[in-house]
Write a protein that binds this ligand. Structure first.
Ligand code: SF4
Length: 372
């Protein structure tokens, strides 16, 4: 199976911590951008020859895009690709864009999963993050979506925030669980270079949480969600059985996907490509019938490392046979793997190398240690 990702490069305002690609002044060219994205999709219709079981609108903030634009892209995907009848169609939505009307519109066009960017249930956090919504809007948004008939709802939360102690994080999780959502993505706050948060940290206006505090939050997260019946199927992603994100799982399983829109990435099994992260240049290039992308053919070493990096973050781990088929294991690799097993950071089940709960905390570092 395969998937399509649409990157909608618009946001109401810039969140302090965010380094994604988007623009906040897009009203004048929104329609043109959607038209360009539809053209890109049509230009690349031969790049995916599998049935599609996931379509994902991410960004940016897809929920501020006009209904007609989203529908135009979806219809074009259905016309040009073999979209499965039961495909998962996800829209990332911010709480302040969710109303009974928007839910009805999205549902009518076939969107059947929402990923709501809540991030925090604390007003002071939302303030320094410069989020466009407030706490009440978050709580209301989930209820409105559920009442509107969308039951497959994921929410995003951020932990490891400055001044967030363990109790405050536990309260956040308790509130999240009361909402009855089926999926929670929880990310540890990272300070990215080109962000306002980085400036705030440098000027000492914000003091980031310590590594120990972030690790403690991660353990609380694992424990609370496990008790509530969620499965940690990836380091940052927890789902009730039957509600794991197909879109994210496709990435981690190395399935093919097509990324449409400025800054979107694609993968066809052998090569990776990425679109230019500039709205104006993207539209100009499409207007000239030229794909605004760079492509890189992955060498065996890259595929080996990538499988380690993505697979080790998941609960199903890495099929060792699949890894060895890319490149034979070195003695150094074997030695490191044995070390992980003896330290109980990983285990081997049915031929898969899988990290334990403790290992999950260090997933990226462990993968780097095992890199070819
Ligand atoms: S709404 Fe999302 S994409 Fe837009 S600035 Fe905030 S975090 Fe970034």
């Amino acid at each position: 199976m395969a998937g399509i990702y649409f990157h909608i490069p618009f946001c109401k305002q810039k969140c302090t911590y965010c380094d994604f690609h988007f623009s906040t002044s897009f009203a004048a060219y929104e329609t043109q951008m959607i038209g360009s994205m539809r053209s890109e999709l049509e230009m690349r219709q031969n790049e995916l020859n599998f049935p599609l079981d996931t379509i994902y609108f991410g960004g940016g903030t897809p929920s501020i895009a006009q209904m007609e634009g989203l529908e135009e892209l979806l219809q074009s995907a259905r016309r040009n690709f073999d979209v499965a009848a039961d495909a998962e169609i996800t829209l990332e939505a911010n709480p302040d864009d969710i109303t009974a009307e928007t839910i009805a519109g999205w549902k009518a066009m076939g969107i059947n999963r929402l990923s709501i960017g809540i991030q925090s249930f604390d007003a002071p956090d939302l303030l320094w993050m410069n989020r466009a919504h407030n706490v009440k809007e978050s709580l209301d948004a989930v209820k409105i979506a559920q009442q509107g008939g969308i039951s497959n709802i994921s929410i995003d939360l951020i932990y490891g925030l400055p001044d967030m102690d363990a109790d405050r994080w536990k309260k956040q999780l308790a509130l999240a669980l009361e909402l009855g959502v089926k999926h929670i993505s929880a990310y540890c706050l990272t300070v990215e270079k080109k962000t306002a948060l980085n400036q705030l940290v440098k000027s000492k206006q914000i003091k980031p949480a310590s590594n120990d505090m972030q690790a403690a939050h991660f353990e609380i997260l694992q424990e609370s969600l496990k008790q509530a019946g969620f499965v940690q199927y990836e380091v940052s992603n927890f789902g009730k059985p039957g509600f794991f994100s197909r879109h994210n799982s496709a990435y981690w399983k190395g399935e093919h996907y097509l990324g449409i829109g400025p800054s979107a990435h694609s993968f066809d099994g052998k090569s990776r490509s990425w679109n230019i992260a500039n709205n104006r240049l993207y539209m100009q290039s499409i207007a000239k019938n030229e794909l605004p992308l760079e492509r890189e053919i992955l060498e065996a070493k890259d595929r080996f490392n990538e499988l380690l990096l993505t697979g080790l973050r998941t609960s199903w781990g890495i099929k060792l046979e699949q890894l060895a088929n890319i490149l034979p294991f070195s003695s150094e690799f074997e030695r490191r793997m044995k070390e992980l097993l003896s330290q109980q950071q990983a285990e081997i089940k049915n031929g898969h190398l899988i990290l334990t709960e403790t290992g999950m905390l260090y997933a990226d570092r462990i993968a780097l240690d095992l890199f070819y």
